[in-house]
Design a protein around this ligand. Structure first.
Ligand code: NAP
Ligand code: MG
Length: 501
C-alpha cells in the first residue's frame, strides 16, 4: 500500500458498489417499513448513500432465519474443522477486498484511510482467522469420577446471537464478535450503528461467498429501536454489545423483561496513563500518549484521556506532548498522509465542543488546540488541557474526542489513587523503569487491561473488557471470547446400568 494516493482512494470511492438493504437469510432484502437511513460522510457533512431501515417485522425475519439455520445444524453441527476452513476463506475474502472495504469504512466513519488500510480491515480479518484457528483445538473436559461413571463437561453454542455495535470501529468490532460467535457454531444477527452501516453489510455478503450458509450471518439496519427489538426478542439467546455505558445498561432490562438472555457489555472508559518520576524516555512516552488520545480522533473506548504525571517530570512531558500533538496532520481522511480526520457527526462534534467550553470555563489551562475548525465536516483540533483537577467535568466524563486532560500527582500512591478515582475501568497505562513497581502497581490499577511502558490493548490472544462500569458479563478476544458465546453442559453417564436379563 506504499504507493496508494488520495487520487486512488477517490477513484475507488467513485466505483464502490454500496449496499442499500439489510442482509437477511442470505440476500439483501427489501424492508417492510419504508424508512431510510442516510450514510453521511463526516469529512463533508453530506449524505452519500441511503439504506433501507428495518422494521420490527424485518428484525423478526432475521431472527427467524438465524434460528432456522441454527436448528437445522447446517452450521452449528458442522465439524469444527469445516467451520474453520469456511471462516478462513471469509478472512481471506476480507483481505482480498482490503482497498474497497477500507475506502467504504473511511467514507462512512471519517477514519483516516491509512488506519483503515493498516488496522481496521486487516485486524478484522485477523480476528476472524484467529478464532477460526482456535476452534478445533479446544477440547471438552472429563470430570474425576469412579470407574462406573463418566462426567463430561462440554461447551455448546447458544443459538441466535445478537450483536449490537458502535460507530467508532464498525468493522473491527464486528470482527471481534462475529469471529468467535461463528467459530463456536452460533448464528448471528448483527446491528451496526445507523451512522456506520455499510461495511457490516459488505461483510455479510463476503461471508456468504466464503460458504457461510444462508441465515447464519444476518445484518439488520436501523436505529436504537432495532437494537431494542433484538434485546427484547424471545429467540435471541445472547446480546454482545459494544457502546456507551448508558445504552448498555438498558440491555440488562431487556433481558429481564424478555427471556433472561445472556448480556455481555463492552462499555465506555476514562482511562488513565500513569507516568512516574522514573518513567522511560519522555519523548517515547509523549509519542505514545499523543497516539493514544489522537488515534481515531480520540473516539476510542481505550484511549488514555487522563494523563496522571508525577510532578518531577510533568512540565517536561507536557511540553513534549504538546509538540507531538501539534505535529499530527489533520485533514481529508482519504489522503493517506492524514492522521486526524473528522469526528463522527454534528451532534457528537457539538458534544465535544461543549466539553472544550467546560474545560476553559472550569479553569484548566489550554495547552494546545481547543476549537472546532471552521470548515465543512466535523473537525476538532488536537487538544491538551493541563492543570486539570478531579472536580472538573473534563476529567470525569468520557469526551470521546481528541481531548487530553493532564493532572499532576504528588507521589506514586497519589498517582494510583487518581487512576482509580473513576467509575470506569477499561484500560490503563503505567510508565516506570522499576520492575518491582511495574508489577506491584499494575496490579493495583482497577482496569481490564494495564499496559506497562507502552500504550496497548494487548492483541487478539488476550481478553479485552472492563472493570466497574466499563464492562459486564464477559470478554472480547482471547479464548475468553469463546466462553462468551457458549453454554456449559454436564453430561453424567452411568456406565454400569444393570442389564434387563
Ligand atoms: P451507543 O450510543 O451506546 O450505541 C451503541 C449501539 O447501541 C448502536 O448500534 C446504537 O444504535 C444502539 N442503541 C442506541 N440506543 C439503543 C437502545 N435504546 N436500545 C438498544 N440499542 C440502542 O454507543 P456509540 O455512541 O455508538 O459508541 C460510543 C461508545 O462506545 C463510547 O462510550 C465508547 O467508549 C464505547 N465503546 C466501547 C468499546 C469497548 O470495547 N469497551 C469499544 C468501542 C466503543 P444507533 O447508533 O443506530 O443509534
Ligand atoms: Mg457515516
Amino acid at each position: 500500500m506504499t504507493n496508494f494516493t488520495r487520487d486512488d482512494a477517490v477513484a475507488v470511492a467513485a466505483a464502490l458498489r454500496l449496499p442499500t438493504r439489510p442482509f437477511i437469510n442470505g440476500a439483501y432484502r427489501k424492508t417492510t417499513g419504508g424508512k431510510l437511513l442516510e450514510s453521511v460522510n463526516p469529512a463533508t457533512g453530506k449524505a452519500f448513500a441511503e439504506i433501507e431501515a428495518c422494521s420490527i417485522s424485518d428484525v423478526d425475519a432475521a431472527v427467524a432465519a438465524a434460528k432456522a439455520a441454527f436448528t437445522s445444524g447446517v452450521w452449528s453441527a458442522k465439524h469444527p474443522a469445516e467451520r474453520k476452513a469456511v471462516l478462513l476463506r471469509f478472512a481471506d475474502l476480507i483481505r482480498a477486498n482490503l482497498v474497497e472495504l477500507a475506502v467504504m469504512e473511511s467514507l462512512d466513519s471519517g477514519k483516516p484511510i491509512t488506519d483503515c488500510l493498516t488496522v481496521d480491515v486487516p485486524a478484522t480479518a485477523d480476528s476472524i482467522a484467529w478464532h477460526a484457528e482456535a476452534q478445533d483445538k479446544l477440547f471438552s473436559r472429563v470430570s474425576s469420577t469412579d470407574k462406573d461413571t463418566l462426567g463430561l463437561i462440554v461447551r455448546e453454542p447458544l443459538g441466535v446471537v445478537g450483536l449490537v455495535l458502535p460507530w467508532n470501529f464498525p468493522m473491527l468490532m464486528a470482527g471481534w464478535k462475529v469471529g468467535p460467535a461463528l467459530a463456536t457454531g452460533n448464528s448471528v444477527v448483527l446491528k451496526p450503528s445507523q451512522m456506520t452501516t455499510l461495511t457490516a453489510l459488505a461483510m455479510a455478503e463476503l461471508a456468504l461467498e466464503a460458504g457461510i450458509p444462508e441465515g447464519v450471518f444476518n445484518v439488520v439496519t436501523g436505529s436504537g429501536a432495532v437494537g431494542e427489538a433484538l434485546g427484547l426478542h424471545p429467540d435471541v439467546r445472547i446480546i454482545s454489545f459494544t457502546g456507551s455505558t448508558e445504552v448498555g445498561k438498558k440491555f440488562l432490562d431487556y433481558s429481564r423483561l424478555s427471556n433472561l438472555k445472556r448480556i455481555v457489555l463492552e462499555l465506555g472508559g476514562k482511562n488513565p496513563a500513569v507516568v512516574l518520576a522514573d518513567a522511560p524516555n519522555l519523548d517515547f512516552v509523549a509519542e505514545q500518549q499523543a497516539f493514544s488520545i489522537l488515534t481515531n480522533m480520540g473516539q476510542n473506548c481505550a484511549s488514555n484521556s487522563r494523563l496522571i504525571v508525577h510532578k518531577a517530570v510533568k512540565e517536561e512531558l507536557v511540553e513534549k506532548l504538546v509538540s507531538v500533538c501539534k505535529g499530527w496532520k489533520l485533514g481529508d481522511p482519504l489522503d493517506p498522509t492524514t492522521q486526524l480526520g473528522p469526528v463522527i457527526g454534528e451532534n457528537h462534534c457539538k458534544s465535544i465542543e461543549r466539553y472544550l467550553d467546560k474545560g476553559k470555563s472550569e479553569g484548566a489551562r489550554l495547552a494546545c488546540g481547543g476549537n472546532r475548525l471552521d470548515r465543512d465536516g466535523y473537525f476538532i483540533e488536537a487538544t491538551v488541557f493541563d492543570r486539570v483537577t478531579p472536580e472538573m467535568t473534563i476529567y470525569r466524563e468520557e469526551i470521546f474526542g481528541p481531548v487530553l486532560t493532564i493532572i499532576e500527582a504528588q507521589n506514586d500512591d497519589h498517582a494510583i489513587e487518581l487512576a482509580n478515582d473513576t467509575e470506569y475501568g477499561l484500560t490503563a497505562s503505567l510508565y516506570t523503569t522499576d520492575v518491582g513497581k511495574a508489577h506491584r502497581l499494575s496490579r493495583q490499577i482497577n482496569a481490564g487491561t494495564v499496559s506497562v511502558n507502552c500504550y496497548s490493548e494487548g492483541d487478539m490472544a488476550t481478553p479485552f473488557g472492563g472493570f466497574k462500569q466499563s464492562g459486564f458479563g464477559g470478554r472480547d478476544n482471547g479464548l475468553e471470547a469463546h466462553e462468551q458465546y457458549t453454554e456449559v453442559k454436564t453430561v453424567w453417564m452411568n456406565l454400569n446400568a444393570p442389564s434387563r436379563s
